[in-house]
Write a protein of this length. Structure first.
Lengths: 154, 165
């Protein structure tokens, strides 16, 4: 397995803002799980597409990323090609104060990696780092070779 | 083969369509009939990039009936999408005027917007929607409410339609 590279940063950078856009309650649940692991945090919000038309979702994402600032930020979406990812790309294209990186396939390791590195890495490097962490987190797990099966197991 | 599903969904081509309906119907093609989308090269490219291996065509309403008829001669399975009930009515009329018939429409998602009221979890209707439902009924187009293949479908109740004068 290749682990994401931990870039060395000489000095802290400004916190990179981010937004999680998902179907249903997934985004809120991811942030809740992240708080349980990493502790309380601010500056990362989740919105759901529940009950929103395409246009309303684009507007909702646009409202949030308008506050990202000229350095830009990251939008996490769940399904590539889904309404949330489309809304993120559309909102970013329609006018954001800075570059917006849209990462699909959001999972908990990605959110934790973002929280850990969001004041260490510049936005573009952070997006790369989080993407690598997300990919590395998807594995087919097998027991260690030296392990023995529990007694009674076939 | 004719279009396997004509769906009213204000999100047009999105996860529910691609991952649920697309798999259930083994859709090879998506035909998005929408004036606003067809007029925007960026939005069109964005939506077309979501289709994966499936073909995604985006056409204005004026071309919808012709493309709909062309599907009759094509192999495989297609899903057609419009964003609202008035657009479904316009397509049904255009198909009729071209000598065809749109028999059934899937009402899959019309979400909240100013002037619309909730009639179901994923259906919010305004006066234009109710009038379109009534007109579709007059055209003998069956409107079936169903968001995903796994949910139980039902016919749009007459009470959702505006009274026809």
């Amino acid at each position: 397995m290749s682990e994401p590279r931990h870039d060395t940063v000489a000095a802290p950078v400004a916190l990179v803002p981010a937004l999680v856009v998902t179907h249903g309650g997934l985004g809120a649940a991811l942030l809740g799980a992240a708080r349980a692991i990493a502790g309380a945090f601010t500056g990362l919000e989740a919105i759901s597409n529940d009950g929103l038309s395409r246009d309303a979702l684009v507007a909702a994402v646009g409202d949030r990323i308008a506050g990202f600032g000229p350095a830009g930020g990251i939008v996490f979406a769940d399904v590539a090609g889904g309404s949330c990812a489309q809304a993120a790309l559309a909102a970013a294209a329609r006018g954001a104060p800075g570059p917006v990186r849209v990462l699909s396939g959001v999972n908990l390791p990605m959110v934790l990696d973002y929280l850990h590195n969001r004041t260490r890495l510049e936005p573009a490097a952070l997006a790369d780092h989080v993407q690598a962490r997300g990919r590395a987190s998807v594995q087919l797990l097998e027991p260690p070779a030296a392990a023995t099966a529990p007694e009674g197991a076939e | 083969m004719s279009v396997a599903l004509v769906r009213v969904d204000d999100r047009l081509l999105h996860g529910q369509v691609l991952l649920a309906w697309g798999c259930a119907l083994a859709a090879d093609r998506y035909l998005v009939v929408d004036d606003a989308l067809a007029a925007s090269p960026f939005e069109s490219a964005l939506v077309q990039s979501c289709g994966g291996d499936a073909e995604v065509a985006i056409v204005p309403l004026a071309e919808g009936a012709r493309r709909f008829a062309e599907e009759e001669a094509r192999a495989g399975s297609a899903v057609a999408l419009v964003r609202g009930l008035p657009e479904a009515l316009a397509l049904a009329r255009a198909v009729r005027d071209a000598g065809g018939r749109l028999e059934r429409v899937n009402l899959g998602g019309v979400h909240h917007a100013p002037g619309k009221e909730r009639v179901h979890d994923f259906v919010y209707l305004g006066p234009e929607d109710r009038a379109a439902l009534a007109a579709l009924r007059e055209l003998s187009v069956r409107v079936v409410v169903q968001d995903v293949p796994a949910s139980t479908p039902f016919d749009a109740p007459p009470a959702w339609s505006a009274r026809v004068a």
